[in-house]
Design a protein around this ligand. Structure first.
Ligand code: AGP
Length: 622
């Protein structure tokens, strides 16, 4: 989704803003813009359609824009097509056709989120003689602040507070007022925003990587709060205009973790970081060979009392939930339902006594997952978040948090966060099984050893990546691909198919193998690639039969299965073998070849692996 940066200090702002925006490119965007000013000069706005490098070229890498205070934005279109005129910043006064140039306006601003009542506000402002040049909801917000600012004439605090009360929807807003030269005003509802201070200068961003180079001590602005950011200084306010005191939070990610480190793409780097992400996440709850959930805040009494679990998430995090359902139910004997957050939040789910709601999210900012969490909190059930980003909204609002220690994930296609989320679920399920007396001490010890073996086994699979590259290079022209499997293997296929779709733009579906005959098999044509996933011993023969059924209708077959199942070669054209592991945990291994397939096919097609079209890393609007 959109990215926001801001700077107020002693250095020239534009190069710092451009560099910050480049760190947010992974979030997905279609246009970009900057507004920069000095004490005695009005803000100059420059916008471009397309990639950030166009904006960099237009401004000579920022050097052509003079000023030590500025705001920047990468836009992912919601209201109004991607275009220069719709790109941010927007201004309160009239402007040229392109929206660029020196600004005679009182207010200039950028915005992430969606203003739901923008139409109604726009009509009101048109009646007050405001003219609009873009189709965006952002321009409405900027003009609304300007309207209150002029109407009441008592400064930004009052104007912003009044606009915040009037606006419905979500926003992270960054505003500059002509009469307040070195100040940037920010306001927040739902959309994330952080502010960092270092060496007498201030940095604003919608996401950590944009300011990591400058500081690791950041303030999180809360919902319905706003702030005035000056060089080296920030003051927070609530909606009444009262000042709010805040402490900084230390970000432990290092800046290097957000760089490519010699890999061609972040996705490949992050695939290679999976053993580390899994190991560190597991180590955070493993003490002397036992799982210790005290850092998560779960006591043995609570674990005994839960009558069921609901897992809510979006995209790949939902796929983790689908795997976890099998693992929790089979190991811990506890009923689990898995819900898409976008559905759950609107369908009046029935809450029950002693229910545990687990929300899984890498970013901790996914709008639907956050809304689902709030719904669960309002209904007084226990909530636990599995989250990667410390201090994110979901992490702060969940009653209990289990952090994945994956470090910053930049590629839009998740890999290491998915793997770290799986480990959290396995650790929870294993401990639930022990405490609820579903497994004995010997099996518990064995499961822990199996968990500890995952990082090394992932490494073994990654080392064999060239074979997958060879196979993938032949699939770049595929039109339809199907992943089939049963049980956990079906859940693994869901993730594999999303990886292929999102970065290679090939139509790919995952099917529960037993479902094929109920309709989907009619899609199989001569040469259609069908990849069977067979890691569950008891389901091996069943899935193999389904593979034979599609083969006899022309399918070209491949498989991902475990060492030893070599008889599969009688049926298939290409196979990837993964190390043996307790079957509950096979998703952690079987997903690796599927991630590599997605990566190499995307690469083979010459696509932008890390920044696939139309997608955003963190979906902060519903
Ligand atoms: C997967 O590769 C995705 N890009 C996407 O499905 C993602 O998992 C989903 O948007 C949820 O994001 P979150 O984990 O940040 O909540």
């Amino acid at each position: 989704m959109c990215g926001i940066v801001g700077f107020s200090g002693h250095h020239q702002a534009a190069p710092i803003l451009l560099e910050g925006l480049s760190k947010l490119e992974y979030r997905g965007y279609d246009s970009a813009g900057l507004a920069v000013r000095d004490k005695d000069r009005m803000a100059e706005v420059v916008k471009s359609n397309g990639r950030l490098k166009v904006l960099a070229e237009m401004t000579d890498n920022g050097n052509a824009l003079k000023g030590t205070t500025g705001i920047g934005h990468t836009r992912w279109a919601t209201h109004g097509a991607p275009s220069k005129i719709n790109a941010h910043p927007h201004v309160s006064g009239n402007c040229t056709n392109s929206g660029s140039g020196t600004v005679e306006s009182e207010v200039v601003g950028v915005h992430n989120g969606i203003i739901e009542n923008y139409q109604e506000l726009k009509e009101k402002l048109i009646k007050k003689s405001y003219q609009f040049y873009s189709q965006t909801d952002t321009e409405v917000a900027v003009k609304l602040v300007d309207y209150y600012y002029k109407k009441y004439g008592i400064g930004p605090i009052d104007a912003i507070a009044k606009a915040m009360v009037r606006i419905r929807g979500s926003y992270a807003l960054e505003l500059m007022f002509q009469e307040y030269p070195d100040e940037i005003w920010v306001a927040r509802k739902e959309s994330p925003m952080i502010i960092g201070i270092a060496n007498g200068e201030s940095f604003i961003a919608s996401d950590v990587p944009a300011i990591l180079k400058h500081t690791r001590d950041v303030y999180y602005i809360d919902n319905l709060e706003f702030a005035c950011v000056k060089p080296g200084e920030v003051h927070f306010y609530n909606l009444n205009g009262d000042e709010v005191k805040k402490e900084t939070v230390r970000i432990t990610w290092d800046a290097e973790a957000a760089e490519k480190g010699g890999f061609e793409h972040f996705m490949m780097k992050e695939i290679h970081e999976q053993p580390k992400a899994v190991k560190e996440t597991l180590a955070s709850v493993l003490k002397n060979g036992k799982i210790d959930l005290s850092s998560v805040g779960l006591s043995e009494e609570e674990i005994k009392k839960f009558s069921g679990i609901t897992i809510v998430a979006c995209g790949s995090a939902w796929h983790v939930g689908m795997v976890a359902q099998y693992v929790f139910e089979d190991l811990a004997g506890i009923p689990v339902r898995v819900e898409l957050a976008s559905e759950y939040r609107y369908r009046k789910p029935i809450f029950y006594e002693n229910e545990l709601v687990i929300v899984i999210s890498q970013s901790g900012e996914t709008a639907d997952s956050l809304a689902a969490l709030r719904l669960a909190n309002e209904n007084n059930v226990e909530t636990l978040a599995i989250v990667n980003v410390v201090g994110s909204s979901i992490a702060r609002e969940a009653k209990k948090v289990f952090y994945t220690l994956a470090g910053p994930e930049i590629s839009v296609a998740t890999t290491k966060a998915y793997s770290a989320q799986l480990i959290c679920c396995y650790a929870l399920a294993t401990e639930f099984a022990r405490i609820r007396q579903k497994i004995d001490a010997k099996y518990y010890k064995y499961l822990i050893e199996e968990l500890e073996s995952i990082p090394e086994k992932i490494d073994i699979i990654i080392k064999d990546k060239e074979r997958i590259q060879w196979f993938a290079s032949k699939q770049t022209n595929a039109r339809d691909v199907f992943y089939i499997g049963r049980g956990i293997d079906y859940a693994i296929g869901l993730e594999g198919s999303l990886k292929l779709k999102e970065i290679s733009y090939i139509h790919c579906e995952a099917y529960a193998a037993g479902e094929l005959k109920h309709g989907t098999i009619s899609l199989i044509e001569e040469g259609t690639l069908v990849i069977g996933i067979l890691t569950q011993r008891s389901l091996y023969e069943k899935t193999l039969s389904n593979m034979l059924e599609v083969k006899s209708r022309g399918a070209y077959l491949a498989s991902v299965t475990t060492y030893g199942n070599y008889n599969i070669e009688d049926t298939t054209n290409f196979n990837v073998y993964i190390p043996n592991i307790d079957e509950h945990f096979s998703a952690s291994l079987a997903v690796i070849p599927l991630q590599l397939m997605g990566y190499y096919i995307s690469l083979g097609k010459g696509l932008d692996v890390d920044k696939p079209r139309n997608l955003a890393k963190s979906v902060t609007v519903e």
